[in-house]
Design a protein around this ligand. Sequence first.
Ligand code: ADP
Length: 299
Amino acid sequence: SVTVVGSLNEDVLVAVERLPGRGETVVGRDAALAPGGKGANQAAAAGRLSGTGVAMVGRVGEDPAGGRQVAALREAGVDTAGVLATPGTPTGSATIPVEDGSGENLIVVVPGANAALAPADVDVPAVRGADVVLLQLEVPLEAVRAAADAASGTVVLTPAPPRPLPEELLRRVDVLVPNEHELVQLAGAGPAGRTPAELAELARGLGVAATVVTLGARGALVVPAGGPALLQAPPPVRAVDTTGAGDCFTGALGAALARGDDLPGAVREAVAAAALSTTGPGARGGLPDAAAVRALLSR
Ligand code: ADP
């Protein structure tokens, strides 16, 4: 089984002709609501792929937005018993103007109920007994640490949004899944745009058991602490929207590890699943099921 501990957000996507500058007002054409939050996106991806055995632990407000986030996860096959309602606090939100044509965006996140996730909320059987626990950093660090401590299975951490991490947490992490930018931030190194060999070197310096660096259209780099790094390229797809590709990647990685795949095998599946997710709109459009991933991998 897979348990995700993390954020649930309502994304408010606003189409604009041009992104506003500082002090400027622009009029959006339309606003669309979409389920989001790194944690919930990972859970939805794992749920869609596994069909069963995926649970979400987090917090929403006692508001319609919270109800929509829970309903969207259930529709993806996720057990939401661990999603707690938080009186007097709104469900987290992300307001995202998206520019016509370029597709460039700005993001303003209001954590809301996510900021209320407490260590006691995550020290629960769904976390303690899961084969794989997926963590990110859109909830308080104390809750992330408590979940890592409570877990008996494989702990996978997405260090996003990036922030300095205590060594005790990194020592408990079995697989760290940064993108290139997050890895460079964590390692305290210069700008991104490095070769796979240089990225592997940076990853090894973190002292984590294994790191998987996601590299966008180039795929993902598997870096075991003591062994050669391996670059897994994606199968060819026609990407239309890469929003949430990283979350799909990690959800798929968790699902494959829970099924008993080794790390390189799980990364191969995750790269295929994430590639498919880029062929649909938004963070949750295009999330594949297991049959779609199998079909792509056997082509
Ligand atoms: P994030 O979305 O967190 O910035 P990446 O951009 O590295 O992370 O994307 C995560 C994963 O999604 C990549 O490792 C890759 O497997 C897949 N992916 C992203 N963009 C593409 C693309 N254009 N074509 C195929 N796969 C992609």
